[in-house]
Every structure is written in structure tokens, then in C-alpha cells.
Design a protein around this ligand. Structure first.
Ligand SMILES: [Zn+2]
Length: 243
């Protein structure tokens, strides 16, 4: 077949359409986090069944309002006009596997109910004007429940009052999309407790921002305020994060 100008033109059009479609698709997926928990898991479960599995949070209810709409697993609207982004967590975006289940879970616990907010004192709103907060339902931390149920991944963006790794267990998925902003803050805030995570099983210790430190199982974790404290207790620095 002879290649004509027309062929070249149609190829170009196809290429441009393909690139366009790809960029739209990637805009939808966010960090790309998905999970495969079916929404049927929560079909015959009541809100009180779920709430009874969890301990009361030590977060403070700073204000209360009624949840009027659940956008997705990590974003809700309130009767006071606020749009709330659940801090420290990330759920599947619309059109991605797991989106429905995470949304159904939040609807079950929040929709048309009075909820409490503990707003992030370090960063009260994000760049879209959404209030960053822990949502409190009957004294329980919804952000934490989403992580423990496997319906959300950890998305820790410092500065933040909250440290979502404390809410998760060792199987929790960790967002990889904010590692750079996390690393950029490694050197700030020295003297805060929990700057270093030791693994009592491996004998190694990590910066709190190291993904290997974050993957340490809760029951193996030891927290250190500073490097010397870890060394003096016989812990060896991780070769990846060089604490
Ligand atoms: Zn490390």
C-alpha cells in the first residue's frame, strides 16, 4: 500500500485522540489506588455493627454538622456548606475499582447523620478549599476505619497534625505519589516524638518518612525521638533512608 498524505493525517488524528484519551483516563485514577473489596460486604451490615468493632478516638470534636452528600470515600459535603477532604487517607477515584465500596461504606456511616470534625490545625484547608479533617462518627475515627477496612490507602502530606500511620495496620497500602513532598520535610521538626521508627524484629531504624519504616508491623515498632536514642539502644541505620 502506498502511503499517502491522507494516511499520515489519519494516523496523526488517531495518535492525538489516543494521547487525549490516556490523559483523561489518568486524570480519573488519581494515585491509581484500587482495592477489590465488594460492596456486598457491607450490604447486610449496620453502621453500629461497624462502629462496635472500633475503639473511641482521641481526636477532638471541634465542630459538628450533618453530612448531606458523600462524593466518594474521602470527600463529603456538610450542612454548614463545608466540603471536607478526609485527611491522611485516599480512596479510589470515580470509575476505578473499589470506588463504590468505599463510598457505600462512608454513606452508611455518615449520610444524613450528625458527624464531628477534628480539623487539621497544621493545614486546615487544601488548595481546592476543602476542609482537611478527621471525621468522627459516634466517637470513632472514620479515616482510621477506612484504612483498617482496606478501603483507603495512607496519604500522608506534611505538614499535618495527624500521622495516619498510627491508624493503619501492617497490611495497609501506602500512597507512593507523595513521597517527594514527604522526603522534603524529613529534616524539619526534629525533636518531635516519633521521628524515627525502629523495627524490633530486624534491629534496624528508619526515618519516619522511609517506606520501609512505614511498612514495619505495628507490633514490631519502636519510636525514637532522635538518632542517638536509636543507636544507643543498639539499632542499626537503614541503608535506604540513612537516618
Ligand atoms: Zn529506611
Amino acid at each position: 500500500m502506498k502511503i499517502t498524505k491522507k494516511h499520515v493525517f489519519s494516523l496523526l488524528v488517531i495518535l492525538i485522540l489516543a494521547v487525549g484519551a490516556l490523559s483523561i483516563a489518568s486524570a480519573y485514577t488519581g494515585t491509581g489506588f484500587t482495592h477489590s473489596i465488594p460492596s456486598s460486604k457491607y450490604q447486610d451490615v449496620t453502621a453500629s455493627d461497624i462502629l462496635s468493632k472500633y475503639n473511641n478516638t482521641d481526636c477532638n470534636v471541634e465542630e459538628t454538622a450533618t453530612c448531606t452528600e458523600v462524593v466518594d470515600g474521602d470527600t463529603i459535603y456538610l450542612s454548614n456548606g463545608k466540603k471536607v477532604r478526609l485527611v491522611g487517607v485516599n480512596t479510589p477515584e470515580r470509575g476505578v475499582e473499589g470506588y463504590i465500596t468505599s463510598k457505600v461504606f462512608v454513606q452508611k456511616l455518615c449520610l444524613n447523620k450528625q458527624i464531628g470534625l477534628d480539623i487539621d490545625d497544621s493545614k486546615p484547608t487544601d488548595k481546592y478549599g476543602r476542609t482537611l479533617a478527621v471525621v468522627i462518627v459516634d466517637g470513632k475515627n472514620l479515616n482510621e476505619m477506612l484504612l483498617k477496612e482496606g478501603l483507603a490507602e495512607i496519604m500522608y502530606i506534611p505538614p499535618s497534625e495527624f500521622y495516619p500511620y498510627n491508624w493503619a495496620d501492617s497490611s495497609t497500602h501506602i500512597s507512593s505519589s507523595h513521597q517527594t513532598s514527604t522526603n522534603a520535610n524529613t529534616d524539619s521538626g526534629s525533636g518531635d516524638s516519633g521521628n524515627y521508627i525502629g523495627n524490633s524484629n530486624s534491629g534496624k531504624f528508619h526515618k519516619s518518612t522511609c517506606k520501609w519504616g512505614q511498612k514495619t508491623a505495628e507490633h514490631n515498632r519502636v519510636y525514637f525521638n532522635n538518632r542517638n536514642e536509636a543507636i544507643s539502644q543498639g539499632y542499626v541505620p537503614c541503608k535506604v533512608c540513612n537516618p
